[in-house]
Design a protein around this ligand. Structure first.
Ligand SMILES: [Zn+2]
Ligand SMILES: [Zn+2]
Length: 134
């Protein structure tokens, strides 16, 4: 297993695009990753990025791999966080309840489905004895 599989990213309090990446084998060494660095390529505080990748980017040479394993790890963590957020938003938007009368799905914030609600309202407004079955 390569080193990049042992990397862990955690969000930095400064914003969603800034991450702290550590290695499980060397947790004392932290790398700061800015995903919006170099126009979205990313920027990392590690030596490999600062001395090998960043000079090429500053000179406009954008050939080859411009992302160290820390940036890739942070991008992966960012994607996970973004997907989790989008799932949460979608679930909140389509949140449903359960009808207390028939058990069918209801709209968010209600405990009576449209059919049962209609039935209840019909009984309240039109108490016709002929519709009752005893
Ligand atoms: Zn790096
Ligand atoms: Zn119902």
């Amino acid at each position: 297993m390569g080193e990049q599989y042992q990397l862990e990213a955690r969000p930095h309090p400064d914003g969603a695009l800034r991450w702290i990446v550590t290695s499980r084998s060397r947790p004392d060494i932290e790398h700061l990753v800015d995903l919006d660095g170099f126009g979205g390529i990313g920027r990392c505080s590690c030596e490999h990025f600062e001395f090998r990748i960043a000079p090429d980017l500053r000179d406009g040479r954008r050939i080859g791999a411009h992302r160290c394993s820390h940036i890739l790890t942070a991008r992966n963590a960012f994607t996970d966080a973004m997907i989790a957020t989008l799932i949460r938003v979608r679930e909140t938007r389509h949140q449903t309840g359960t009808c207390q009368y028939c058990g069918n799905a209801t709209e968010a914030g209600t405990d009576t489905c449209p059919e049962c609600l209609q039935e209840i309202q019909a009984n309240e407004t039109d108490p016709d004895p002929e519709t009752e079955n005893g």
